[in-house]
Design a protein around this ligand. Structure first.
Ligand SMILES: Cc1cc2nc3c(=O)[nH]c(=O)nc-3n(C[C@H](O)[C@H](O)[C@H](O)COP(=O)(O)OP(=O)(O)OC[C@H]3O[C@@H](n4cnc5c(N)ncnc54)[C@H](O)[C@@H]3O)c2cc1C
Length: 393
């Protein structure tokens, strides 16, 4: 309904390119991508050509050098039109945060140029949503090589990404810990031994190609390691996770804005002919709409505060980061449910787009770190406990 304040990003020029790509490529394909589950290749390519895959890459490798706040704006805006494409972008940005800090120059340059899509391969069949406890292994191979073996349970852009930021147990420690013992690797998307196990056929985010990927004896050079052996969790905590959590919240916000806009438009054009009134003129409908608006604005305020805490290095920045995805994911589910109830039959059918947004909204709460995991992390942080219990002997 255009009532929400604009996200306060600085005007650096990418916004006009962004809206052009969304109008030309991302938006028009969204319904078909949802229907068929096809990967949004054209939209991602257009976003790359517009410089948006390189948005977070440093200027000295040719990237946009933009802030997390700018990336949040991109994900929110793309997510409001095509949540599948936004999911691909946010997993890319989370991987880029690691690659920028620890990856090779040539890959960083390709990303900055928009010629390289990456993703995170953290979650595993064995440890499920507890991705901080990889079961997959890294073993020294012949010469200067390392063999990676794992059964990754979900990888967005599986089979489409040019690389994966891949977690394993540390080389030096083959025991699985309760959490935090992990090493990160940059694995080429076409590496021998990788196999996309099945096509993704999900409830929502259907174009995100979030499939299981197995790796059997995947040989990578030893210098494909991102950071020190065993330092993967610490690296993820300062790079991938803040990016993933904040951008996931931005995606939920984009979906909520789209739901509120669709619901408002429906109320304005739908009439009760016998009363000669629109639904906007019904106090109960207005109040229900207001609840959706208030919930959405609350998430925007929380996201803005989180970004400010990060940008200014506030003491509560880590806490806000751990909170923001849970706040937004739960709110998105509530707003989706509320929009469905408010708009009734029309929302239950596909004509308003609320049905697709409803399904897409539900993804965030089960995406790791899940709401339950984040509640535990927040409780531990506030009550003075470490994020993980000590490793079993
Ligand atoms: C669309 C989509 C895209 C994804 N993309 C990626 C990706 O690119 N890379 C990647 O690494 N992963 C990705 N994932 C995987 C995801 O992040 C999770 O790791 C995975 O969905 C969790 O799998 P699960 O439901 O089998 O886990 P489970 O651990 O079985 O969790 C099921 C439910 O149980 C709850 N639960 C689990 N343990 C506990 C506990 N101890 N106490 C209380 N509740 C608990 C969880 O919160 C969750 O609600 C993606 C997931 C989705 C849905």
């Amino acid at each position: 309904m255009g009532m929400a304040p604009e996200f306060p990003v600085t005007a650096t020029g990418y916004e006009s390119v962004l809206s052009a790509v969304i109008e030309r490529s991302v938006g028009p394909q969204a319904a078909e991508i949802d229907r068929t589950g096809a990967f949004p290749r054209e939209g991602v390519q257009a976003l790359g050509e517009a410089g948006l895959l390189g948005l977070l890459s440093a200027r000295n490798v040719g990237g946009g050098g933009e802030s997390l706040e700018a990336a949040a704006h991109v994900i929110e805006t793309v997510g409001a039109r095509c949540a599948s494409t936004a999911t691909v972008m946010l997993m890319h940005y989370a991987a880029v945060a690691v690659i920028e800090a620890h990856g090779p120059q040539d890959v960083r340059r390709l990303i900055a140029r928009g010629d390289h899509l990456s993703s995170l391969a953290f979650s595993e069949v064995g440890s499920r949503s507890h991705f901080w406890a990889p079961i997959g292994t890294a073993k020294a191979g012949d010469g200067d090589t390392v063999a990676l073996d794992a059964r990754k349970s979900w990888v967005t852009s599986a089979g489409h990404a040019d690389s994966y930021v891949w977690s394993s147990r540390p080389l030096a420690c083959q025991k699985t810990a309760a959490g935090g013992a992990m090493t990160l690797w940059l694995v080429p998307g076409k590496a021998a031994g990788l196999r996309v196990a099945a096509k993704f056929d999900g409830l929502g985010l259907r174009g995100s190609a979030s499939s299981p990927v197995s790796g059997v004896n995947v040989m990578v050079p030893a210098d494909a390691r991102l950071g020190n052996d065993g330092a993967g969790w610490d690296i993820a905590m300062v790079t991938a996770l803040p990016t993933l959590l904040v951008l996931n919240a931005a995606l939920s916000l984009g979906i909520m804005e789209a739901l509120v806009a669709e619901a408002g438009a429906h109320l304005a054009r739908s009439r009760l002919q016998h009363l000669d009134e629109t639904l906007v003129e019904q106090p109960v409908s207005r109040a229900a709409f207001a609840r959706l608006r208030i919930r959405t604005d609350g998430v925007r305020a929380f996201l803005r505060d989180t970004l400010e805490a990060l940008a200014t290095g506030r003491d509560d920045a880590t806490l806000r980061v751990l909170e923001v995805k849970a706040v937004a994911a739960e709110a998105a589910s509530e707003v989706a449910d509320g929009a469905l109830q408010l708009c009734g039959d029309a929302a239950f059918r596909k004509e308003l787009g609320i049905e697709r947004l409803f399904r897409d909204a539900l993804g965030a709460r089960v995406m790791a770190p899940t709401t339950e995991a984040l509640h535990d992390f927040v409780g531990r942080t506030c009550l003075g406990l470490p994020l993980f219990d000590a490793a079993r002997a």
